[in-house]
Design a protein around this ligand. Structure first.
Ligand code: SAM
Length: 182
């Protein structure tokens, strides 16, 4: 299992980023996202998207993200610009995750120091400041070696037909014929 934890949420300021952490976790192969309990709006949006575009993917709230980190029975990866370079530790993390659930932690505001201490790996996607959404995307792609891009979705009520130009979204019960001829 791969779960993503959003460590904190500032209502208003973080609304889109918190939602995007969940959407990115879902799209790029994680099994679930855990939000602080003041992020119910983001939980709802991610659940709606999962309902429409498929899963499986779970969204949960917790009243204590810190406790989720502390009590995680498995491997904890904390994404931070101050950490070890992802390209140096990705193989070890892939091996560790074969035997244990993996929690990927991303911050919003300043991350308390005990998260750095509790993490099995503090991992940097470059040692430059950027975004939790970007860091998560690159980390998950490295973790899954690109295989997440080929994922099939279950229980979707619609799917996008890839097109060179324009947009096509079809109900999933429509047969997938003639897509190449579009
Ligand atoms: N200034 C805050 C601090 O010092 O803890 C972090 C703010 S940053 C906008 C929000 C989150 O983005 C971080 O907690 C981290 O999870 C992620 N992040 C930013 N840059 C990163 C990088 N180079 N590698 C991995 N994660 C990164």
């Amino acid at each position: 299992e791969v779960a993503v934890l959003r460590l904190a949420h500032r209502p208003g300021r973080d609304d889109r980023m918190t939602t995007h952490v969940g959407l990115t976790a879902r799209a790029l192969g994680a099994d679930r996202v855990v939000y602080p309990d003041n992020a119910d709006q983001s939980r709802q949006t991610v659940a709606d998207i999962t309902g429409r575009f498929g899963g499986p993917f779970e969204v949960e709230l917790t009243d204590s993200p810190a406790a989720t980190v502390r009590h995680w029975d498995g491997v904890v990866v904390h994404l931070t610009m101050y950490g070890e370079r992802v390209q140096d530790v990705e193989t070890e993390i892939r091996e560790a995750r074969a035997d244990a659930p993996l929690l990927v932690v991303v911050g919003s505001e300043k991350v308390p120091f005990d998260v750095y201490e509790h993490a099995d790996y503090n991992v940097a996607v470059t040692n430059q400041p950027h975004s939790e959404v970007a860091g998560l995307a690159v980390f998950l792609d490295r973790l899954f070696g690109g295989r997440e891009l080929d994922r099939e979705w279950e229980d979707a009520d619609r799917r996008v037909v890839p097109k060179e130009t324009g947009k096509r979204v079809v109900p999933t019960d429509e047969p997938a014929t003639d897509e190449r001829a579009e």
